[in-house]
Design a protein around this ligand. Structure first.
Ligand code: KG4
Ligand code: ZN
Length: 343
């Protein structure tokens, strides 16, 4: 009898507003990556409405999983384990994926591996970079999180920096709303900033006393809102592209400076980006340049693997699976799950 060598993970992600499923082979080969985005639905309300997100996940989860399996050309019987995001995220949204994964694991008698959403984002870097191995430094910037993480080994993380208030993506989304760009703001600010002057307006770069790798974006967001208000009161015309470019420059300066300082401090030779904001063209270019200057190797996922997807969950689940980590059918959604915790 032939011994089976390939490990196939069916991964499910439903922590926010994307219903996603993927089949990943041996941790790094994506056989399918299906994403059903709810952007059109939530755009009507200017942001994610949790109850609507849960309902949409329920509607989409089965077709998305079926499509992931058929695109990969495999059936459930070929799958070695089910990986699923169980936190952090919106509790009702997470529950849809977790319940589905448990049902499949039970019915098809497959092992279940609960995955931390942020560990998934970090793991997205493995997909297109066969040479990338821990240790490395990862800057995780998403709609809900801003973390500097030391990836010490597969599945072994130490958070060395975090935001004290807004996440970077949250700041993008709020500023976008204030200048009338709508939801989700990140990609819109990114595009508009290309037409503006990033030195037109000076916005503050916050430093946190005694915490050299931490972040704060609420002061920056307020400074942008104050600037817009004062222009309006003075009857001055607002150049939206200049506001977008100047705001983005302030975010990117802080992210790059702190990541580079952390790479120096912890002697990291590899620096990676992860999370939705890692799709930002200005951040990617600035980090690449800063790494090149210091002789550091720079990694970033393709934009499709930066924003929420299930392929990254499949990759993270694979490394957990290989270590023998399994979740049982008691696995529950944990909306405020801490990095490095396992269920
Ligand atoms: O990782 P993600 O898809 O979801 C969370 O886990 O939060 O990140 C979504 C965030 C949103 O705030 C969105 O505006 C931001 O990522 N984003 C961007 C870009 N694309 C997505 N921010 C800046 N520039 C982009 N190109
Ligand atoms: Zn995410």
């Amino acid at each position: 009898m032939e011994t089976k060598k390939d490990i196939l993970i069916l991964a499910i992600e439903s922590s926010c507003d994307e219903t996603a499923a993927a089949v990943v082979k041996n941790g790094r080969t994506v056989l399918s990556n299906i994403i059903s985005s709810q952007i059109a639905l939530h755009t009507l309300y200017g942001g994610v409405v949790p109850e609507l997100a849960s309902r949409k996940h329920i509607e989409k989860i089965n077709p998305v999983i079926e499509e992931a399996l058929s695109t990969a050309g495999v059936g459930l019987s070929d799958i070695d384990a089910i990986g699923v995001t169980y936190g952090p995220g919106l509790v009702g949204a997470l529950l849809v994926g977790v319940a589905e994964a448990k049902a499949i694991a039970y019915a098809a008698k497959k092992p279940l591996v609960g995955v931390h959403h942020i560990e998934g984002h970090v793991s997205a870097n493995y997909i297109e970079n066969p040479d990338l191995e821990p240790p490395f430094l990862c800057l995780v910037v998403s709609g809900g999180h801003t973390h500097l993480v030391l990836v010490k080994d597969y599945g072994v993380y130490e958070v060395i920096g975090r935001t004290h208030d807004d996440a970077a993506g949250e700041a993008y989304d709020k500023v976008a709303r204030a200048i009338g760009l709508g939801y989700p703001g990140g990609p819109k600010v990114d595009a508009l900033a290309k037409e503006g002057n990033s030195h037109a307006i000076f916005f503050p770069r916050a430093h946190i006393e005694g915490a050299p790798f931490d972040f704060s974006f609420s002061g920056l967001k307020s400074a942008v809102l104050n600037y817009l208000n004062s222009c309006q009161m003075k009857g001055e015309e607002i150049n939206q592209a200049d506001v977008a470019a100047s705001f983005q420059q302030a975010v990117v300066d802080v992210l790059v400076e702190r990541a580079q300082a952390a790479a120096d401090e912890f002697h990291m030779e590899r620096v990676a980006l992860a999370g939705g904001v890692a799709a930002n063209s200005s951040l990617r270019a600035a980090m690449e340049q800063a790494c090149a200057k210091r002789g550091l190797k720079f990694y970033r996922p393709s934009p499709i693997f930066c924003t929420d997807n299930a392929a990254m969950i499949g990759t993270a689940a694979y490394y957990e699976f290989q270590k023998g980590i399994r979740s049982n059918l008691e696995l529950n959604a944990v909306p405020n799950l801490k990095i490095g915790e396992h269920g």
